[in-house]
Design a protein around this ligand. Structure first.
Ligand SMILES: Nc1ncnc2c1ncn2[C@@H]1O[C@H](COP(=O)(O)OP(=O)(O)OP(=O)(O)O)[C@@H](O)[C@H]1O
Ligand SMILES: [Mg+2]
Length: 317
């Protein structure tokens, strides 16, 4: 069997995570957090790292600055077995950083974008035939350099023979300047959560939001937190409940781990329901350890945990 090859193009930043915070911050006051962690952040990097941990041959395309956080990220990618051959270091730029204030099920994030803004279409390898089977893009609104050319990027990926997936994530400007009618036809799997679907389509119900996307989308994988996920592809509509989590720690990166699980199955040609179930499984596993990658050491530990928590035997295809 040929190992499926995944290319993830996107933002790179560190996460400085504050846990067990007394209350919500207020200007002019100071609060204490009982725990702190510095780890590989960014939706795209978490998705890439967890895909690699699951055994998928994964390459990252992104930009870091020439600084301490840049070194840290490159080391972390190496430790996670993600190829860095398309990661560029830009002199004079600072590497991105997200301050995560974590409150049980949800969190408040503040991101300094830094070097991630300089990633453009020109950094992405689109040679034909492609070295990669699939291109995943996340956090589009955090990456001005990709956002302006997203339609062309998706077309180039398709022309190079890759399938594509896109997780927009939240738009901090709340302008939602993503032309879904033009772009979604080139997205094989569109992966929003419920709030993002509503905001993008400017509707107040999931049903109406889906109807707006339907004429343009291929497969929709809608993430619904503790309710699980919903998949739609043509006339097929499948809902898969979430897994019960034995020891919930935090939900940081659950959506990215869902993406890793879903795309791993998708790349192996599995049916939609199996892709959703694997996504839910990895999303649930993600919540059993701190941060986005804490539960994803390597294939053996992932398999052991999944067997232990849910009695499921993990297989690669
Ligand atoms: N508390 C939970 N218990 C069980 N499964 C969960 C839980 N939270 C998330 N999941 C699983 O992970 C998937 C993705 O999580 P979620 O819906 O929170 O994505 P998201 O909002 O995109 O997250 P992110 O903030 O990481 O981008 C869910 O569809 C679900 O299957
Ligand atoms: Mg998300």
């Amino acid at each position: 069997m040929i190992t499926p090859k995944l290319l993830v193009a996107g933002e790179l930043n560190v996460d400085l995570i504050l846990n067990k915070i007394q209350a919500f911050p207020q200007v002019g006051k100071e609060l204490l957090a009982e725990e702190m962690d510095l780890c590989l952040g960014s939706s795209s990097a978490i998705m890439a790292a967890n895909s690699a941990a699951m055994g998928v041959d994964t390459t990252f395309c992104g930009v870091v600055g020439d600084d301490y956080f840049g070194d840290f990220i490159l080391n972390e990618l190496e430790k996670k077995s993600v190829s860095r051959r398309h990661v560029t270091r830009v002199a004079g730029q600072k590497t991105g950083c997200t301050l995560v204030m974590n409150y049980a099920q949800d969190r408040a994030n503040i991101t300094y974008q830094g070097a991630m803004n300089t990633l453009t279409i020109n950094h992405i390898p689109f040679e034909t035939p492609s070295d990669y089977q699939h291109l995943h893009i996340s956090s589009l609104f955090l990456q001005k350099g990709l956002l302006k050319d997203i339609e062309q990027i998706l077309k180039n990926a398709r022309a190079a023979g890759m399938t594509t997936s896109l997780d927009l994530q939240w738009d901090p400007t709340e302008q939602w300047a993503f032309d879904y009618a033009r772009c979604l036809p080139y997205v094989d799997v569109f992966m929003p959560n419920e709030a993002e679907l509503l905001a993008l389509t400017r509707t107040d119900s999931i049903g109406h939001g889906i109807e707006k996307l339907r004429p343009y989308m291929n497969t929709l994988a809608l993430k619904m937190g503790r309710k699980g996920s919903l998949g739609i592809c043509g006339d097929e509509e499948v809902s898969v409940p979430a897994f019960e989590v034995p020891h919930f720690v935090d939900a940081i990166g659950a959506g990215d781990s869902f993406n890793a699980g879903f795309i791993q199955k998708y790349m192996s040609g599995a049916p939609l329901e199996d892709c959703l179930r694997e996504g839910n499984l990895m999303g649930a596993l993600n919540t059993t350890a701190a941060g986005g990658t804490g539960a994803f050491c390597d294939f053996n530990t992932i398999s052991e945990k999944i067997k232990d928590f849910w009695g499921i035997e993990l297989c690669l295809s």
